[in-house]
Design a protein around this ligand. Structure first.
Ligand code: 8YV
Length: 314
């Protein structure tokens, strides 16, 4: 007998293939989900970031595993899952390299005017090379501030070494091993904000990190500094960011994530030429998404069978 699962989005053929022989898949559409599908659901494959609340869990009386495609689980009420004895799986370790690459992609793009330069190079104004245009900020040899020295932060530090950067980091806990291995230096948040030429956010979204970068923090940054967010939109106060970009009190920001995501199409941040924005592409490579898919399916099937999940977050 196949297992009954629900999922909230169109799954890629790769995942559908992996589940074909073991699962019957129904679409979860929040309050509009077919009642029989909810009654039957034993597993929930969470693809993207729908809110998985206690009420959502309670709408599926047979639910015995939640498997999240991705490492960040801020959209899932982990306490509610714990209270109900429903294990939650995620994909730690699978997204680190790709997300660190994206951190650098965004940093380089913002510091070196890649996006505005691209538009200019394609546009009607570019009729003669102008030596005065598009001077950016140097990345090599500068000081990088990494906020969040977890798996992804460490991968960012490795890449920074190749750019001869001096690396400061801030983390909930100091990490002597990372300091010894990667040559990074711990700094308090204010020190990091004041000293870094470029800052990357590599923290999960939690109660502690929500709004971590607000008006006061942005005010401490150098006017030549770039701020890169590949974490979650909620880590930055968007109104404060808009103000800093408009007043040019920081050089630029580059964000892969926003809150809400996507931003309303008429959001003023989207008008800023000193903002580089991507549609949450941190882990979006063929190879990384393949690894994530496999781990998501492995977690799901383990939970359905009553086995320990290979990667359990709660
Ligand atoms: C995913 C991510 O693309 O892993 C994460 O936390 O943000 C991305 O890698 C996303 O979660 C897909 O659901």
């Amino acid at each position: 007998m196949p297992f009954n699962i629900v999922t909230n989005a169109q799954l890629p053929p790769q995942i559908l293939e992996m589940l074909a022989s073991s699962c019957t898949i129904q679409r979860w559409r929040g309050a509009d989900t077919d009642a029989t599908a909810l009654q039957a659901a034993e597993g929930f494959l969470v693809y993207g970031h729908p809110k998985v609340t206690a009420a959502v869990m309670d709408s599926m009386p047979k639910l015995r595993v939640i498997s999240n495609f991705g490492v960040g689980v801020d959209h899932i009420d982990l306490d509610a899952a714990k209270a109900r004895g429903i294990p939650v799986g995620n994909t730690p370790g699978f997204v680190d390299g790709a997300t660190a690459d994206m951190t650098f992609t965004l940093l380089m793009a913002a510091a070196r005017n890649l996006v505005v330069g691209d538009h200019y190079a394609r546009g009607p104004e570019f009729t003669a090379y102008d030596v005065n245009l598009w001077h950016g900020q140097e990345v090599f040899g500068s000081t990088l501030g990494i906020i969040g020295m977890g798996r992804i932060g460490k991968q960012v530090a490795r890449r920074a070494a190749g750019f001869d950067m001096n690396v400061l980091y801030h983390n909930r806990k100091r990490d002597p091993e990372a300091e010894a291995e990667l040559g990074v230096t711990y700094a308090t948040l204010p020190d990091l904000l004041q000293q870094a030429d470029h800052i990357t956010l590599n923290v999960p979204l939690t109660d502690e990190t929500r709004g971590l970068i607000g008006r006061a923090e942005l005010a401490m940054m150098k006017p030549t500094a770039t701020l890169v967010n590949v974490a979650r939109g909620g880590v930055i106060d968007h109104d404060a960011l808009l103000e800093a970009l408009r007043n040019r009190t920081i050089w630029a920001a580059a964000v892969d994530v926003t809150e809400p995501e996507p931003l309303p199409r008429d959001h003023p941040l989207l008008k800023q030429d000193n903002l580089v924005i991507a549609p949450h592409l941190g882990s979006a490579t063929v190879q990384t998404r393949t690894g994530m898919a496999q781990r998501t399916v492995d977690n799901l099937l383990a939970g359905l069978r009553g086995d320990p999940l290979p990667s359990r977050i709660a």
